[in-house]
Each structure stands twice: as C-alpha cells, then as structure tokens.
Ligand binder design. Sequence first.
Ligand SMILES: C[S@@+](CC[C@H](N)C(=O)[O-])C[C@H]1O[C@@H](n2cnc3c(N)ncnc32)[C@H](O)[C@@H]1O
Length: 270
Amino acid sequence: MSDRTWLPEGVSLDKPSPARMYDYFLGGYHNFEVDRTAARKVLEGNPDAPLVMRANRAFLRRAVAFLVQQGITQFLDIGSGIPTVGNSHEVAQRAAPDSRVVYVDSDPVAVRHSEAILRNNSRATIIQADARHPDYILAHPETRRLLDFDRPIGLLIVSVMLFVPDDSEAYRLVSALLEPLPSGSYLALTHGTYEGVPAEHVRRIEELYARTTNPVKLRSRPAIERFFEGLDLVEPGLVYVPLWRPEGPDELLLAEPERSVNLAGVGRKP
Ligand SMILES: C[S@@+](CC[C@H](N)C(=O)[O-])C[C@H]1O[C@@H](n2cnc3c(N)ncnc32)[C@H](O)[C@@H]1O
C-alpha cells in the first residue's frame, strides 16, 4: 500500500507486529512485508490460521450482541486490535445506540487507525496502553469520561492474554481489571490453547511469535478457566470458540470446533 499516512511516526518495521499479522490474516491492509512474511510462516505450520482468526472475531461479535441483550451498554475492550469488520462499538451501537466503548491497545498502528474511525463517534474512544498496567487504564480520563462504574460493564479480553506469557501476571491483571466493576458486569475472553494441537505445531507458533513485538503462550483448559475464577460462567461454559452460542449451522468451524484452537467463555460477576 503506497498511502502510509496512517503509519504513526517512529513505528519500527524491523519486527513483525501481531496486531498487523492479525490484520493480514483477516484480509486487512494495515500490514507490511515484515508482517506478511511472519504470517506466511504461521500459515506453513497451520493453514487454518485465517479461519481461526475469523472464528475468533465472530465470537467477539456474538459475545457483544449477547451482552447487549443482557442490558450491558458499556464496554472496555482490551487489546482491541486494528479495526476491521464488526468492531465492538459497531455491534453494540447497532443494537443499543447509546452504548459506550473504550478500546485499549498497545500497538500504535491499531491506536492510530482506531482514532481515525472513531473521530466522529462521541461514545467510543481508544487509549494507547499496555494491558500490563490496569491501574493506568482504569484511571485514564477517557475511561472515566465514557464508563460509569456504578453500572455493569462488559470487559472484553479477546485473544489477548496469550500475549502475557507470565501466568501470575496474566491472572493478576485480569482480576485487577474486574475488581472495580460492579456486580452484574461480564468478562468475555478467548485464549489460544495447546490442547488437541500437535506439540511440534505449538512449539513452532511460540517460536515464530517470539520474534515479533509480542511473544505468545498457549495455555491448557484449566489455566484458561482460571481467568473466570469468582465469576459465573454463562451457558455453554468454556468451549471451543465456534461452540459458544453459534448463530446457525453455518458458523465457521462449527463441524470441527477444535480446529479453532481457542477456547471462549463469558462469565458474570455475582
Ligand atoms: C490477536 S489481536 C486480537 C484483536 C481483537 N481483540 C480481536 O479479538 O479481534 C491481539 C491484540 O492485542 C494487542 N496486545 C497484545 N499485547 C498487548 C498488551 N500487553 N497490551 C495491550 N494490547 C496488547 C495487540 O496489539 C493486538 O492488537
């Protein structure tokens, strides 16, 4: 792409960025050769990668729609990514126009592009922040401007915690983000799992992402379940992404859900 006005100054193109690789897998244009080369290596190991990402994205849409049905009209979307089809604010505001969304991402390209599409949307915003600093995110003036912490909030952490390889840090920051949310709030989370995936494939993915700006760690089912500690998991519980309230028989990977290599769940804070 020759028009690079969206590329923030100072972004290094020496290393691939998982946000831009994800954009490439989803068919977006906000990626570079360094990202595409890394993404193609992932594809060599797992040709399903674009399907996996699309299935994950479809879960995000279903989860936001479900939460709006439960009366949730405010969302904190951590690691929201480079905007693509079916962003949280679009899904939420279509169903409930007053919905408010605070996006958070550490990737400058994701942030710049989100700012551009949210310019005329007074009920949605993006903060550039690292999820490892929940206090900064929670205290940020934009978070406080848009979200009312006296009313339930939907916390979205979709395909992000795998970028926090240290277990205790990952659990600490999810519970820190949940802590100030009132009863009736929800957590929607997906996470890559190594269960059912050949060990060689897991090693390859972790090795490839180790060379990017954000290394990854896939986790076991019990380790992923732990993110929901203290919450009531809504039906159908923690399941492969396509099995979480599919909209119909055509849901992506529904016939072979384990190919999604990601578990999804939605939990309610009692
Ligand atoms: C796989 S994408 C998921 C995007 C979106 N949540 C979705 O499911 O479609 C992961 C996103 O998390 C962001 N990310 C990774 N580590 C992060 C961190 N420590 N803090 C904030 N964002 C992070 C990446 O920049 C990327 O945009």
